[in-house]
Design a protein around this ligand. Structure first.
Ligand code: ATP
Length: 369
């Protein structure tokens, strides 16, 4: 079930032509974006692209210079952070060191002065949700980093916000724990039905946890789509390059019946690519091709429309896969990936080998910019 595909559904959050300036510096430029209830939405981009600024405007720590932000259809510009049904979990977790796990989770609830039984029930529920029952009486310094992260999450969810903002929530964890915690985060998001907006510069993390991802650059949205669309149908060289491994071939395209023929340089064969996108009659174009779509073989394949000969420059062995860097005549490097299903000693290719790279006419994406 994808909530944003329901045409009846109204967005929970709407950014309408939002611009944010700091002095004469524009951090966010004319940005329009809808986020729906129950989404796990990721803001992804390099350092300085404006992710945190966007998040801080949702939390109410900053206000737009121009445009407006609506929550459930109401303009929330100017509404102070503590009045918004929005909570933010910081990368540092900001736990109170002198309070127990239980008291940390209860803190916000107590300030709302709900009755005691209600507070107890809610804290217990949060402890169960984050599997922290056993640690309720410990202080933050008596638990692990992963457990601290869960306390912070439990505390942020205790007041049942409509929207939870997570600023690099897993940044302090090592890679293995980070991966496990990503699944936990998805699980908790699903169970609570709270809308999560996560800020990350880690593309794998965004792709793993999010139902939709916004790829940003210099204060602008470049593409907003599901992880699979972002990976398989990037709308630009920037997005193709930012997400995963890719080879970008620059060339000159000419329209065919079902796509484009792309000339990528003298002495190299013209490449064929099918596409339903209209990029005009022809001109400067780019082909983005994922390494796992490129087959590598000793003989020229007869069944594939795109085949290029080159020489292996580097091989990166990654356990489950190996990535080959193959140099074409003229110096362009194309990446090809192979699953390591055979044992190393029986592997067929090595450095300096001349090989054929090939792919089908639907494997590469044709891009204008
Ligand atoms: P990072 O991943 O490094 O946190 P980010 O994408 O979250 O980066 P922002 O923190 O949103 O980026 O910052 C976007 C731009 O706005 C940066 O160039 C930053 O220097 C600038 N900026 C942010 N806050 C302020 C401020 N209060 N005053 C002036 N400039 C600011």
């Amino acid at each position: 079930f994808a909530p944003w595909t329901d045409p009846e559904e109204k967005p929970l959050i709407q950014f309408r032509n939002v611009t944010k300036r700091f002095g004469d510096f524009t951090a966010i430029e004319d940005l329009t974006l809808d986020i729906y209830a129950k989404e796990f939405f990721a803001l992804l981009g390099p350092s300085g692209c404006g992710k945190t600024t966007l998040m801080r405007m949702l939390a109410g720590f900053e206000n737009p210079t121009e445009g407006s932000i609506l929550l459930s259809g109401q303009d929330i510009s100017g509404v102070p952070p503590n009045i918004r049904p929005v909570n933010m979990m910081f990368q540092s977790y900001a736990l109170f060191p002198h309070l127990s796990v239980w008291e940390n989770i209860a803190f916000g609830l107590k300030r709302e002065s709900k009755d005691k039984a209600q507070i107890h029930a809610r804290v217990d529920e949060m402890l169960r949700l984050t599997r922290l029952e056993k640690f309720a009486r410990r202080k933050p310094h008596q638990i692990s980093g992963g457990q601290r992260q869960r306390v912070a999450l439990a505390r942020s969810l205790a007041k049942a916000p409509k929207l939870l903002l997570l600023d690099e929530p897993l940044g302090a964890l090592d890679k293995k724990l980070r991966q496990d915690t990503q699944f936990e985060l998805m699980d908790i998001q699903e169970k609570t039905g709270t809308t999560f907006v996560i800020v990350t510069h880690d593309q794998e993390e965004a792709m793993t946890v999010a139902s939709r991802v916004a790829v940003m650059d210099e204060g602008k949205l470049i593409q907003v789509a599901t992880p699979a669309e972002i990976y398989e149908q990037p709308n630009s060289v920037y997005v193709a390059d930012f997400i995963g491994e890719v080879t970008i071939l620059d060339g000159h395209g000419t329209r065919t019946d079902d796509g484009y023929d792309i000339a990528i340089g003298e002495g190299l064969p013209t490449l064929r690519a099918k596409t339903s996108h209209d990029l005009g009659a022809g001109g400067k174009m780019h082909l983005a091709i994922r390494p796992e779509k490129v087959a590598i073989s000793a003989e020229k394949p007869t069944d594939r429309p795109n085949a290029l000969q080159g020489k292996i420059l580097d091989i990166a062995y990654l356990g489950n896969i190996s990535t080959y860097h193959v140099e074409l005549p003229g110096g362009t490097i194309v990446k090809a990936q192979e699953a390591n299903t055979r044992r190393l000693s029986r592997r067929s290719f090595t450095w300096e080998d001349t090989v054929w790279l090939s792919w089908t006419d639907t494997a590469a994406v044709v891009l204008e910019r």
